[in-house]
Design a protein around this ligand. Structure first.
Ligand SMILES: Nc1ncnc2c1ncn2[C@@H]1O[C@H](COP(=O)(O)OP(=O)(O)OP(=O)(O)O)[C@@H](O)[C@H]1O
Ligand SMILES: [Mg+2]
Length: 1047
C-alpha cells in the first residue's frame, strides 16, 4: 500500500506532509529544511545546501517550496525515465526535484480543477529559465496527448529558442540571460492534455540593442544571423559576416562567447520558426528588421558648418529603406529633423548631433522592441486554443509559469534595473502574502497559541516606488510630461524633495546623508534600500527611457513602411492623435499589477533559484554569494515560520493512522474521538508538553527530533506489525473466503428450496384445482358440455377411449364392446361400427379367392335361407363343394354334347315326374348359361337360365326344389321337380349362376307347380320322422321332411 503523502485541504491548497520524507530520509543533509535540527541558523542552512550541492543534490525543499542551486553542469537527472519516476508520486516520497513540483502542480490542477502557477525566482543566472524549460518539457513528455497535442507540445517547447534568440543575451552574469520577463499559461483539457498556451512578455531591455556593457553582447539573434545565415541570405540583407563591422555589436567588445554556438542556435531557431508556423514572408520581414537595425547602427552623422546635422553614411540608410520598404529621403529627413507643433503651426526643426544620434538609437530600439512584441503575439496565435478543441468549456484550467527577472545589482544600475528590482519587490510581496502569512494564519485557524514570527514586510518599499503622486514612478512620469526644462538631474532633485526622510531612500544630498553615505552614493544616484539589498540607481537616461522618445516624424515614416511587420507595429493613431505618450515605468507597473492579480487567483508553487558562484563554474559554492541570495529570497524567514512553531503538522486522522501501532490502546482500531486518540498516542509516546500541540483538526509537532524518534519507533515496530497484519490478514482472508462460500451455499440452498417449495405448492394448487374441477364436472356430468364439466367430460372421454383402445374386439365374431359412459355413447357406437367395418375389411383383404367364393355363396345362402328353411342351420357348417360330380363321372357323350360350355357344377338329383311323381335318378349339371338334367348317357332336359322363371323350395328340412319354367316353353313339359340332398348348395349356386337371387322362394306348407299341359300340381310339405316323398291326397305330392333335432 502506497502512502499518500499529500492531502488537499478545503480550499484545495496542496498541503504537503512529511512522513515520507522520513522514510526516504536523505543521507546527505536533509532534503527538507524543515527537518533541519538547527533551523534558526543560517550557517546550518547554507551548510545543508552546500553538502547537498557537493553531492550534486541541487534540489532541497522548504516545505513545499523548492530551492534549486544552479549546478552549472549537465546532471543526468532530467531523462525520460526520471520523469516517469516522478509521475503520480507524492511530493515527499521521492527525492526533491523540479519534476516533483511540476507533477504535484499538475495533479493539484487535475484534482481541484483550479488554476495553478509556478513562480520561479532568483537572480540572473540562477537557473530560472532552465527550470521553466524543464517544467515545460515534463508536461510535453508526460501529459496525455490529444490529437492536436503532439504539435502543441512541440510549439510550446519551440517557443523557447525563438524567444531566447530575440530576448536573451550574454551578460556578465549569465551567457543566456533573459532580458525580458516571461509569463506563460499552459491550458489543459479535462483529460489533462495540454491544449493551448499563451505568453505574456514584460519589459524587454531595449537599451541593449544600441548599447552593451563591456563583456556583454547584444541579443543573440544578431550574432546567430551573421554566423549562421547563408552567404546568399547575408547578401540579400546587405550584411557582412563579421560582427565587428556593426556599431551596435561592438560596444561590449565581446562578439563571441565560448559557451554559445551561434551557428548551431541559428539552425535551432530556423527549425523552431517553422514549427511555430512562420511563413517565408514572415521570416523575410523579420530578418529584414534585424538587418535594418544593424544598418541603422552604422548610420553616422556629421555636423555642418552652421551646426546642422546631416547623415554622412549613405549606404546604411539606403539599406534600411530597402529592407523596410521606406523612402530613403524621408527616413534621412526624419532622423535629422523633428516636427514641432506650436500654437497650431507645424515647424520642422533640425536636430543637433546628439539629438540625431539618440533619434537613431530610439528608432533602433523601437523597431526591435515592437518587432519582439509582434513575435510574442505571433507565437501566441500559434499556441492558441485551436478551433477543434471544445470551446464550450471555457473553464479549462491553466498552469502558469513565471520566469521573470530576479533582483539585479550591477556596477551601474539604470532604469531597467530599477524596474527589475521593483518587480522583484512585488513578487516578494506576493510570496509573503501567500506563504508566510498563510502559514501563520493556519495556526490561528487551528487555535494554536502562536506568537507571530516577524518577517520583513516590504510593502514600504513597494509604496516608495509605486505610490500615487509620491512614488518614484509617479514623480518620474510627472517629470517627463512637465512643461519647462526637465532633465534627469531635475528628476533627482524632485525625488529628494518629495521623498526626503524616507527610511529606504538615500541620495547624496539627502539631509540624512553623512560622509559614509556620500562615499557610496554619487551625485547622480539615488539609493534604494531594497529588502534584498541596497542598490544605487544612476538617474542618467531615466527620463529618456521612461518617455517614449521616438519622434513623431519617425513614427510616421515607420507606419508607412512596406514591411508588413513594421507597418503592423506602428499605428497611424500614434502620429495623428495628440495623446500623451505612454510612460514606460507606468506601463510596466500596470502590467505587473495585472500579473500579480492574475497570480493571486491561482494556487502558487515556488521554485527559488540560487546561483552558487558568479563565475559559472560547476562545483564551486561561494558561501557569501549564496548567503546573500538566501537572505534576500527570504528563505530563512520562510523556514522559520514553517518551523518556528511546528516543524510538522498533520491531520489527526492521518497521524493516528500512521502511528497507532505504537500504542496498545490505539492499535489496531481507535473507536473514540480522533483528537482523544491522538492525545492518547502522544501520551503513550511520552511527548512532553512543549513538544507538541493539538489544534482543532491537526497535531503540530515542534521538533523534528520528536518526529524522528516516533518514526524510528515505527520502523522498529514494523516487523511486529507486519506479523500481526499478516496473521490478521490471513485470518481475515480465510474468514472472508469461508464467509463467501457459506454465503454462496446459503444462497444456493435457499434458492433451491424456494424453487422446490414453489414447485410443490404449484403442483398442490394444480392438483386441488383438478380435483375441484373433477368434482364439479362429476356433479354436472349430465349437463351439456360447458366450462363446468368440460374437464371431467374430456377426461371421461379420454379414459374411455384409452381403455377402449386396449379392449377392442379382435375378431369379427367377438361381439363384445366396452360399455360406454353416456357422454360418449354415440361416439362409441360409431366407433364400434367403424371398428367392425375395419375388422371386416381387414378380414376380407386377407381371405383367399376360393374361400371368398365359398363365403359369397354362404352369404347368398344365408340371404336366401336364413330363418326360412329348417335345414339351413345345418348347412352353415358344411362347406359348399365346387362340384359333387367329378368330370370323370359324367358321360363323355354328354360332355361332348355340352361342347364348349363347361360344367361348373354337378350334383346327383332325383327327378319326380309331374304326373306320377315317379322318382328318377339324374345328374344335374350347371354351366354358365344353362342347366342340364342328364340320365346316364343322355341329356334329358336343358333348362336355359334365361327361361327360368323361379326356384321354389320348402321351409322344412327336405331337399325338394321346383324349377319354374314358363308355360309357353314347348319343349318343357311344366316345372321341374327335383330332390337333392344338397338343396341349399344347389339352389345357391343355381341362383347365383342364373342371377335369380330374387326369384328363389322358400315356401312353407306347399308349393304350386305347373304340370304338363297347363295343369297345376301341388307339393305339400309336412314334418315327419324321416324323409319320404310319396303321392299324397288329391294328387298332391307329399313330402315328409325329417325333423331337425335341436340340441
Ligand atoms: N538545472 C541546471 N542544470 C544544468 N545547468 C543549469 C541548470 N540551471 C541553469 N543552468 C546553467 O545556468 C545558466 C543560466 O541559467 P538560466 O538562463 O536559467 O538563468 P536565469 O535565472 O534564467 O537567468 P536570467 O535572469 O539572466 O535569465 C544556463 O545557461 C545553464 O548553463
Ligand atoms: Mg532567464
Amino acid at each position: 500500500m502506497r502512502y499518500q503523502g499529500r492531502e488537499v485541504d478545503v480550499e484545495g491548497r496542496v498541503r504537503l506532509v512529511m512522513e515520507s520524507t522520513l522514510t526516504a530520509r536523505d543521507r546527505v543533509g536533509v532534503q527538507d529544511f524543515v527537518l533541519l535540527e538547527n533551523h534558526n541558523s543560517e550557517a546550518a542552512f547554507i551548510e545543508n545546501l552546500r553538502r547537498r550541492f557537493k553531492e550534486n543534490l541541487i534540489y532541497t525543499y522548504i516545505g513545499s517550496v523548492l530551492v534549486s542551486v544552479n549546478p552549472y553542469k549537465d546532471l543526468e537527472i532530467y531523462s525520460k525515465p526520471q520523469m516517469e519516476r516522478y509521475r503520480g508520486v507524492s511530493f515527499y516520497e521521492i527525492s526533491p526535484h523540479i519534476y516533483a513540483v511540476s507533477d504535484n502542480t499538475y495533479r493539484a490542477m487535475r484534482t481541484t480543477w483550479k488554476d495553478q502557477c509556478i513562480l520561479i525566482s532568483g537572480e540572473s543566472g540562477a537557473g530560472k529559465t532552465e527550470a521553466s524549460k524543464k517544467i515545460l518539457l515534463y508536461y510535453a513528455v508526460t501529459c496525455p496527448s490529444n490529437h492536436n497535442m503532439s504539435t502543441l507540445g512541440d510549439r510550446l517547447l519551440q517557443s523557447n529558442p525563438i524567444l531566447e534568440a530575440f530576448g536573451n543575451a550574454k551578460t556578465l552574469k549569465n551567457d543566456n540571460s533573459s532580458r525580458f520577463g516571461k509569463y506563460m499559461d499552459v491550458q489543459f483539457d479535462f483529460k489533462g492534455a495540454p491544449v493551448g498556451g499563451h505568453i505574456l512578455n514584460y519589459l524587454l531591455e531595449k537599451s541593449r540593442v544600441v548599447h552593451q556593457n563591456h563583456g556583454e553582447r547584444n541579443f543573440h539573434i544578431f550574432y546567430q544571423l551573421l554566423d549562421g545565415g547563408s552567404t546568399e541570405l547575408l547578401q540579400m540583407l546587405d550584411l557582412e559576416r563579421n560582427p565587428q563591422n556593426y556599431q551596435y555589436l561592438v560596444k561590449g567588445n565581446c562578439s563571441k562567447a565560448s559557451s554559445i554556438s551561434d551557428k548551431k542556435n541559428w539552425k535551432v531557431l530556423m527549425n523552431a520558426l517553422s514549427v511555430i508556423g512562420f511563413t517565408d514572408e514572415d521570416l523575410q520581414n523579420l530578418l529584414n528588421i534585424i538587418a535594418s537595425v544593424l544598418h541603422l547602427g552604422n548610420t553616422q552623422f556629421g555636423e555642418g558648418e552652421e551646426g546642422e546635422t546631416h547623415i554622412t553614411t549613405e549606404m546604411p540608410i539606403v539599406n534600411v529603406s530597402k529592407l523596410l520598404g521606406l523612402e530613403a529621403s524621408s527616413l534621412s529627413e526624419a532622423l535629422t529633423h523633428k516636427k514641432l507643433t506650436a500654437k497650431g503651426e507645424e515647424m520642422i526643426i533640425p536636430l543637433n548631433f546628439e539629438q540625431a544620434m539618440s533619434a537613431r538609437d530610439a528608432l533602433a530600439k523601437a523597431v526591435y522592441g515592437r518587432a519582439f512584441t509582434w513575435l510574442v503575439e505571433k507565437i501566441n496565435r500559434s499556441l492558441a486554443l485551436k478551433d477543434d478543441v471544445d470551446h464550450s468549456n471555457k473553464a479549462f484550467p491553466v498552469i502558469g509559469l513565471l520566469d521573470i527577472y530576479g533582483f539585479e545589482v550591477l556596477q551601474r544600475n539604470s532604469f531597467e534595473q530599477f524596474c527589475i528590482n521593483y518587480c522583484s519587490e512585488k513578487l516578494q510581496q506576493l510570496f509573503i502574502e501567500l506563504t508566510l502569512r498563510s502559514e501563520q494564519e493556519e495556526y490561528t485557524t487551528e487555535g494554536i497559541a502562536w506568537e507571530m514570527v516577524p518577517y520583513f514586510d516590504n510593502k514600504i518599499i513597494c509604496d516608495l516606488i509605486e505610490a500615487k503622486h509620491k512614488g518614484i514612478i509617479a514623480i518620474l512620469d510627472e517629470e517627463c510630461v512637465r512643461p519647462g526644462e526637465t532633465s534627469d538631474a531635475s528628476f533627482l532633485e524632485k525625488l529628494e524633495d518629495t521623498l526626503d526622510g524616507h527610511p529606504h531612500f538615500v541620495t547624496y544630498d539627502h539631509k540624512l546623508a553623512n560622509g559614509k553615505t556620500r562615499k557610496v552614493v554619487s551625485r547622480e544616484e539615488f539609493r534604494l534600500l531594497h529588502y534584498a539589498g541596497e542598490v544605487n540607481y544612476n538617474v542618467n537616461g531615466f527620463l529618456e527611457k521612461n518617455n517614449d522618445s521616438l519622434s513623431r516624424t519617425l513614427k510616421e515614416v515607420m507606419w508607412q513602411a512596406d514591411n508588413k511587420i513594421i507597418s503592423q507595429c506602428f499605428y497611424r493613431e500614434e502620429v495623428t492623435e495628440q495623446k500623451r505618450p505612454r510612460m514606460a515605468a507606468t506601463h510596466f507597473k500596470n502590467s505587473l499589477l495585472k500579473l500579480l492579480d492574475n497570480l493571486m487567483t491561482k494556487e502558487p508553487s515556488y521554485v527559488r533559484c540560487i546561483k552558487p558562484n558568479d563565475t559559472k563554474q560547476p562545483g564551486h559554492f561561494d558561501e557569501v554569494l549564496v548567503r546573500h541570495q538566501v537572505r534576500y529570497l527570504g528563505l530563512m524567514e520562510n523556514l522559520r515560520v514553517r518551523r518556528a512553531g511546528f516543524a510538522y503538522r498533520r491531520s489527526f486522522e492521518a497521524f493516528l493512522q500512521r502511528y497507532k501501532p505504537l500504542c496498545p490502546e490505539t492499535w489496531p482500531v481507535w473507536y473514540g474521538r480522533l483528537r482523544d486518540g491522538v492525545a492518547t498516542l502522544a501520551n503513550h509516546l511520552g511527548y512532553q508538553e512543549e513538544e507538541y500541540k493539538l489544534g482543532r483538526s491537526k497535531i503540530f509537532i515542534r521538533f523534528p527530533k520528536t518526529l524522528f524518534l516516533t518514526e524510528d519507533a515505527l520502523q522498529a515496530k514494523k516487523p511486529e506489525i507486519a506479523l500481526t497484519l499478516q496473521t490478521s490478514w490471513r485470518g481475515y482472508r480465510e474468514r472472508a473466503k469461508y464467509k463467501k462460500i457459506r454465503h454462496a451455499i446459503i444462497v444456493i440452498q435457499s434458492a433451491w428450496r424456494g424453487m422446490k417449495g414453489r414447485r410443490r405448492a404449484r403442483r398442490r394448487r394444480q392438483a386441488a384445482d383438478l380435483i375441484r374441477r373433477f368434482i364439479k364436472g362429476f356433479i354436472h356430468r349430465h349437463e351439456d358440455y360447458s366450462p363446468e364439466n368440460d374437464y371431467f367430460l374430456d377426461h371421461v372421454r379420454y379414459s374411455f377411449l384409452k381403455k377402449l383402445s386396449k379392449n377392442l374386439p379382435t375378431s369379427v365374431l367377438d361381439k363384445s364392446w366396452l360399455p360406454s359412459p353416456p357422454s360418449v355413447a354415440e361416439a362409441s357406437e360409431h366407433l364400434r361400427a367403424l371398428h367392425m367395418r375395419n375388422m371386416v375389411r381387414k378380414y376380407c383383404m386377407r381371405i383367399q379367392p376360393e374361400w371368398k367364393n365359398q363365403m359369397t355363396q354362404k352369404v347368398v345362402a344365408s340371404e336366401l335361407f336364413k330363418d326360412q328353411k329348417d335345414s339351413y342351420p345345418q348347412s352353415v357348417g358344411r362347406l359348399f363343394l365346387d362340384t359333387r360330380i367329378e368330370r370323370e363321372q359324367i358321360n363323355l357323350k354328354v360332355l361332348q354334347t355340352l361342347g364348349s360350355d363347361k360344367v361348373q357344377y354337378g350334383v346327383p338329383v332325383t327327378k319326380y315326374d309331374r304326373r306320377g311323381f315317379k322318382p328318377r335318378s339324374r345328374q344335374l349339371l350347371l354351366s354358365n348359361t344353362f342347366a342340364v338334367l342328364v340320365d346316364k348317357t343322355k341329356i334329358k332336359q336343358r333348362i336355359d337360365y334365361a327361361a327360368l322363371g323361379g326356384i321354389s323350395v320348402s321351409s322344412l328340412s327336405d331337399g325338394m326344389l321346383v324349377l319354374h319354367l314358363p308355360m309357353e316353353e314347348n319343349k318343357q313339359k311344366g316345372d321341374v321337380l327335383l330332390h337333392c340332398d344338397h338343396v341349399i348348395e344347389l339352389v345357391t349356386k343355381l341362383a347365383l349362376m342364373a342371377r335369380m337371387l330374387n326369384h328363389v322362394n322358400v315356401k312353407p306348407g306347399s308349393i304350386r307347380f305347373a304340370g304338363a299341359r297347363g295343369n297345376e300340381g301341388i307339393i305339400d310339405f309336412v314334418n315327419g320322422s324321416e324323409l319320404k316323398v310319396a303321392k299324397g291326397k288329391r294328387g298332391h305330392l307329399l313330402v315328409t321332411a325329417p325333423r331337425i333335432k335341436t340340441a
